[in-house]
Write a protein that binds this ligand. Structure first.
Ligand code: ATP
Ligand code: MG
Length: 420
């Protein structure tokens, strides 16, 4: 009786370096993988000799395997994904599984077998396994060539924990650390190109990301909100964003524009954004804010201006793109799949009431003097009372000890308006 079952084997390298934390990392990775594959025919997700094994159900076909790989390759913490079969520890099954696994690889010319036996209770040692499987495959792929160094494909055969695992196709993942291992951050998320990339970089380092979006509503339409929602759906594929708070900022921008010198408008909008984002972060139990600023990219992103916006918050503000060139950021946005969405025109709040010549080297004293005319605390409270919440699929935020979650929910409870 043959009993092959399709598998995806998830390799992670960085986790191996984390010593005592390894367990936590593996637990998060397994939890994320399991949740993200919820719609695929998965029998179980388990740990196997330093990897995560996804055992697909008996009826899973090639397409199901490919879908699973396409999900897994985007999941933070995944260095590589291999797909193949689990079978009994019998030579005819192992050979057959190797044949099937190699047949599913496109466009290779050279190949070799890499066999490993972890149990001495299996009578055939690694060398012999290499030879036997190699000979079997040579007969089935006469037009291909065995090559020991730098082969296009390695056919792996591992006899471990009572089964043989055979795989050939290996695809690179995005690396990083499993989401949920690095705490929570609040990301200021516009519908532009940069801030989704900044958010993704934090998610890839294991942070659970919560977005805050300031829309120009009711002074503008909700276009930017729809775009941010589309971006969040891209992030949902790898569990990269837990929820997004939308703040209708248009009326307050209008008031700010009427009361402060035009050149300082943008900085003062930003300072309000930072204050609101920090309040949300505290409610959510997040420990840092994240922006998509890149040094000198636009007028508001000079060191002087960054100092002026930083001055209103106590929490660390992380800027994962600060040293990146626009072309690198665009390349990342294309890889993540947010570039096209971010390229759609949207009047977000920052395009509202734009001054003709914004200050590029603001002095904190001038900004504070201009703001002294404004009822800052009152406006921040008003903005907090207008916040709208939307939840997304993010396995790392399903944890039960959700510090700050209850209060945050209560604060927005009356104001939850789902986008249509
Ligand atoms: P992006 O491409 O992210 O929109 P940008 O190049 O337009 O950035 P700025 O307008 O200076 O640059 O914005 C700098 C950062 O401030 C953004 O990356 C984002 O983190 C935050 N930000 C700007 N506008 C908004 C907004 N409407 N809602 C939330 N955050 C915002
Ligand atoms: Mg922008």
């Amino acid at each position: 009786m043959t009993s092959y079952q399709r598998i995806c084997l998830v390799h992670y390298h960085e986790l191996g370096l984390k010593g005592r934390n390894r367990n936590t990392f593996e637990r998060h990775l397994m939890r994320n993988v399991e949740a993200l594959l919820e719609h695929e025919p998965v029998e179980k997700v388990t740990r196997i000799s330093g990897r995560v094994l996804v055992l697909l159900s008996a009826q899973a076909d090639l397409q199901a395997g490919q879908r699973a790989v396409n999900i897994l390759r985007k999941v933070p913490g995944v260095a590589r994904v291999s797909c193949g079969y689990r079978c009994e520890r019998e030579m005819d099954q192992i050979n057959d599984a190797a044949h099937k696994a190699l047949s599913e690889v496109d466009g290779f010319y050279t190949w070799k077998v890499v066999a490993r036996r972890n149990h001495t209770d299996f009578p055939i040692d690694s060398m012999e396994l290499n030879r036997l499987v190699g000979a079997y495959l040579c007969d089935r792929f006469p037009e291909k060539k065995v090559q020991m160094k730098g082969a296009d494909v390695e056919v792996h055969v591992e006899v471990v924990q009572g089964y043989a695992y055979v795989y050939a196709l290996t695809i690179p993942g995005i690396g990083g650390l499993p989401i949920g291992t690095a705490g929570k951050v609040v990301c200021l998320l516009s519908s532009g190109i940069d801030s989704p990339v900044a958010t993704w970089r934090m998610a890839r380092r294991g942070a659970t990301c919560i977005g805050v979006h300031f829309s120009g509503r009711p002074q503008t339409q909700s276009t930017s909100e729809y775009l941010v929602d589309d971006i969040a759906h891209v992030f949902e594929e790898f569990g990269g964003i837990a929820r997004i708070f939308t703040v209708p900022f248009g009326d307050h921008q209008r008031k700010i524009a009427a009361l402060v010198p035009p050149a300082l408008r943008i900085i003062i909008y930003r300072r309000f954004m930072m204050r609101v984002a920090e309040r949300i972060a505290r409610d959510e139990g997040a420990k840092a804010l994240v922006t998509g600023e890149s040094l000198g990219q636009v007028a508001s992103q000079t060191l002087d201006n960054i100092n002026c916006t930083n001055a209103v918050v106590k929490m660390p503000v992380l800027r994962p793109l600060i040293g990146s060139d626009k072309l690198e950021i665009i390349a990342d946005a294309k890889k993540i799949g947010t570039y096209d969405i971010s390229s759609s025109p949207a009047p977000d709040c920052c395009t509202l009431f734009m001054p003709r010549s914004p200050e590029t080297h603001a002095k904190l004293a001038d900004v504070e003097a201009a703001e002294a005319e404004l009822p800052v605390d009152e406006w921040v409270s008003e903005l907090m009372s207008k916040v709208e919440l939307r939840e997304y699929r993010c396995p790392s935020s399903y944890d039960s000890n959700h510090h700050g979650r209850a209060e945050a929910k209560a604060a927005v409870d009356d104001n939850v308006t789902k986008l249509n």
